[in-house]
Design a protein around this ligand. Structure first.
Ligand SMILES: Cc1cc2nc3c(=O)[nH]c(=O)nc-3n(C[C@H](O)[C@H](O)[C@H](O)COP(=O)(O)OP(=O)(O)OC[C@H]3O[C@@H](n4cnc5c(N)ncnc54)[C@H](O)[C@@H]3O)c2cc1C
Length: 476
């Protein structure tokens, strides 16, 4: 990130406070602190103000005023990105939480238009109230906001069937760095009229503009979910089961998630909630789900026969098919909250890598011995969206090691994991983006041609570099 910008004048502060009203222009350290917390961590954000606009017009006025005074802007949603994407180095944080209206649900068009500050779980509920499904689902859904999901192109547990946030988006409303409002809220599935500009802002991490609203795709609400918890001895078997279940269920297979024995035990120990429902423990567990639209739950047949074959072929060691809503909720609670229990067991860091699904066994075969050799006693607790080839290769510190001694080795050990993913034609950031923390990997990994194209877009759309400066690119 570039050096700190010059402090804002009192006139600019007053102008910005005048746009949102004093109540929503925070300047005291204790008032701003809640907006400087990312996940479990507090960070040293240097914002001079946190602004909480209540309309697109207020966002546009803030951006215009900041542009005139050269004040950098950090857009912010629920602050759950984990890559330092909302850390400010001077200027203002624009928190979008007050833009939280669902503007329209068009059930017949299977679309919903919602403002950027809507919390993801609230959008799922709003869709369900209209007997529709908004399928984006992730562990942070109680606090992340759709504007943040769009800006990070969030993935989650339904990508296998429904795609990333990008695939769920038909239109956007965006305040551009010059303060203009682009209204691209089209509910069209076909619209080949020039460049598809929304894709610049989806996954743009707030570096090209502030998303204020989106038109999102909805889907038919499944009548039944067939869900199973499966114990497996090794990762190769998990991938074989994936192929088998996909063949059995086709597009009805909507989730195929991985957890490890050590990870599940961490969850059981630290949350004391129901964990592994099987009668024995296994090195890895799968949470497998098929969504069924038939009233009589006809897909149960395909689901059960796929799992039976996995047992018969010795790929699965044991299976529990959920028998109650309670058990279903408990298993998903474990899957979503499991990684949040890791820090209770010591210092931990994640590696959000992806590889082609067929290469996942190779990823495990190479990463596990390599990290053990680098740091004897290290405790791998991988989990994630194995059906998408996306493993959060979390690594807990060896028992007894001082957390600081472990964390200082993070870059070296993380590089081991990402280098192997790279070798297997993978990605070093499957879901969370680049933010502040992955900028060096970004420039060393991406080709100069790719980085140059991205820089050209950034400088064309935000020539004064006021939109989330220092994110993605270290020098912009
Ligand atoms: C428990 C847990 C589980 C998670 N699981 C997943 C998962 O399965 N899949 C996944 O993809 N991610 C996951 N994440 C990461 C995170 O939830 C996502 O990246 C999410 O999309 C971030 O949304 P947010 O509202 O918190 O955005 P923030 O963290 O506030 O912001 C993220 C980025 O978007 C920018 N931004 C925010 N709002 C706007 C806007 N309106 N306009 C322009 N830019 C904006 C910010 O400047 C920042 O660069 C998880 C996080 C946690 C804590």
């Amino acid at each position: 990130m570039q050096g700190p910008p010059t402090a804002m004048s009192e006139t600019v502060r007053q102008e910005l406070a005048g746009i949102v009203g004093d109540k929503y222009a925070l300047t005291k350290s204790q008032d701003m602190q809640p907006y400087f917390t990312e996940g479990n961590e507090r960070f040293d954000s240097q914002a001079e103000m946190v602004l909480r606009p209540g309309s697109t017009g207020e966002v546009a006025a803030i951006v215009k005023a900041c542009g005139a005074a050269s004040v950098p802007i950090v857009p912010q949603g629920g602050n759950t990105n984990f890559v330092g994407g909302t850390i400010a180095n001077g200027g203002v944080v624009v928190n979008m939480g007050r833009l939280n209206r669902v503007r329209e649900v068009d059930g017949l068009n299977f679309t919903m238009t919602a403002e950027a500050g809507c919390v993801l779980a609230d959008l799922q509920t709003a869709a369900a109230e209209h007997e529709r499904l908004f399928p984006l689902s992730l562990g942070a859904q109680g606090s992340c906001m759709i504007g943040g999901n769009l800006s990070t192109n969030a993935g989650g547990v339904g990508v296998l069937r429904y795609g990333n946030t990008r695939d769920l988006t038909l239109g956007l409303e965006v305040v551009l760095p010059n303060g203009d409002v682009w209204n691209g809220l089209r509910g069209l599935r076909k619209d080949n009229t020039g460049y598809d500009l929304k894709h610049l802002f989806i996954g743009g991490e707030g570096t090209l503009g502030i998303i204020t609203a989106a038109t999102l795709k909805l889907f038919p609400l499944p009548a039944h979910f067939h869900t199973a918890f499966v114990g497996v001895e090794e990762i190769g078997a998990a991938i074989e089961i994936f192929g088998l279940m996909r063949q059995a269920g086709g597009d009805q297979l909507t989730a195929f998630e991985l957890m490890s024995k050590a990870g599940v035990e961490c969850f059981e120990t630290h949350l004391g909630a129901p964990g592994n429902p099987l009668s024995a423990t296994y090195p890895y567990y799968l949470l497998v789900e098929m969504s069924d639209h038939s009233a009589d739950g006809a897909a149960a047949g395909a689901f059960e026969s796929g799992l039976s074959e996995a047992l018969e072929r010795g790929l699965a060691q044991d299976v529990v098919i959920t028998q109650s809503r309670q058990q279903y909720l408990e298993l998903w609670h474990m899957r979503h909250d499991l990684p949040m229990t890791y820090p209770k067991d010591g210092a931990v860091f994640g590696n959000d890598v992806s590889v082609p699904v067929s290469q996942i066994p190779a990823l495990f075969e190479r990463v596990l011995p390599a990290v053990e050799a680098a740091c004897p006693g290290i405790r791998p607790v991988p989990f994630g969206h194995i059906g998408d080839g996306n493993i959060h290769f979390s690594l807990l510190q060896p028992v007894g090691m001082a957390p600081a001694d472990y964390l200082v080795r993070r870059p070296e050990i993380a590089k081991i994991v990402t280098d192997i993913a790279r070798d297997l034609n993978g990605s070093f950031s499957a879901e969370h983006g680049i933010g502040l923390f992955k900028r060096e990997t970004f420039t060393s990994w991406k080709s100069p041609v790719e980085v140059e194209m991205m820089r050209a877009l950034k400088t064309a759309i935000d020539p004064h570099n006021l939109m989330n400066p220092g994110k993605i690119f270290a020098d912009l």
